[in-house]
Design a protein around this ligand. Structure first.
Ligand SMILES: [Zn+2]
Length: 300
């Protein structure tokens, strides 16, 4: 399971986000499915873990648990539309990005007219026990949204609202960076591309991540890169990103070498550098993530 409910705060948390906590109560989580609440144990949640964090249950889910049914939906969703299931399932395909903690929010540096209202206050829409959530719940970081983008290629017409982005469907909010020359993007999008095989370069101020996209010059790829300004980040937040990138990079190389169809993709929200168009800037840990999956564009 990717997410579970915190038994104290009733907040639904992503397993990956546990890596940001100083202390994880391994007995503090339960399945957030309808009428379920079976105990969920965090796995691989330490920043140094090089496999993906997740929750594991040791006993059976409740009879009507929708989380238990998610795996089947995900499997079907890679081959055909599962719109009806996504619309009644809270976590599989979030309808918006809602950044809860305002302390670390740094707006993407866009003209003020293009910026929506940034997150304000805590949201109260977390599902409570025994009550069926009304529909697609918001995500607290871009991770669940990016996962849904790759998992459900036949449902990219579903709505998606992200502050600062002026398009409103999965199809149009995401923008693939290609290898047909460096493009100029005047609008903010969730940009994504396959990770490069090169290790990210680290200084005390920045982490520079190369993508497997850009411009071919004399048989050599001049790649797009993402410069993460992590001056204000905690040590934990830094190691989480570094370890995630390293795990994703290795998974990507292994997939390519074994001729698998999956790849590791880097997703981020951040402005393009005005002087150097091959560069993007990110400064919020919630606005950058990797997902390993197959990228499918269904024939129209
Ligand atoms: Zn359950």
């Amino acid at each position: 399971m990717d997410a579970a409910r915190d038994r104290t705060t009733l907040e639904i948390v992503e397993a990956d986000d546990l890596k940001l906590l100083d202390h994880v109560d391994t007995y503090g989580y339960e399945c957030h499915g309808h009428d379920c609440g079976v105990e969920a144990f965090p796995r691989a949640y330490r920043p140094e873990n090089l496999v993906r964090a997740h929750f594991q249950v040791r006993s059976a889910h409740g009879r009507d648990c929708d989380v238990a049914a998610e795996e089947a939906i995900i499997a079907r969703g890679s081959k055909a539309s599962v719109q009806q299931e996504l619309e009644t399932s809270p976590g599989l395909s979030p309808a918006r990005l809602h950044l809860i903690d305002t302390r670390h929010i740094v707006s993407p540096q866009l003209p003020p007219s293009e910026l929506g209202t940034q997150a304000s206050g805590r949201h109260t829409s977390t599902g409570t026990k025994g009550q069926r959530p009304a529909g697609r719940r918001p995500a607290n970081s871009i991770r669940p949204i990016c996962r849904a983008f790759l998992r459900f290629p036949f449902d990219r017409h579903l709505s998606l609202h992200v502050d600062g982005i002026d398009t409103t469907t999965y199809q149009t909010v995401f923008k693939l960076l290609r290898s047909k020359g460096i493009e100029s993007f005047s609008r903010q999008r969730v940009f994504y591309s396959e990770l490069a095989w090169k290790v990210a370069e680290e200084t005390s101020e920045h982490l520079t991540i190369a993508l497997n996209a850009g411009e071919w010059v004399d048989g050599k790829l001049m790649p797009y890169s993402v410069v993460v300004d992590w001056t204000a980040w905690s040590k934990t937040a830094r190691s989480r990103l570094k370890n995630e990138l390293e795990a994703a990079r290795k998974e990507n190389m292994a997939a390519a070498k074994s001729n698998a169809k999956t790849r590791s993709y880097l997703f981020f929200i951040g402005p393009q550098d005005a002087q150097m168009l091959s560069r993007f800037h990110v400064n919020d840990p919630r606005l950058i993530c990797t997902v390993h999956d197959q990228l499918v564009f269904p024939a129209a």
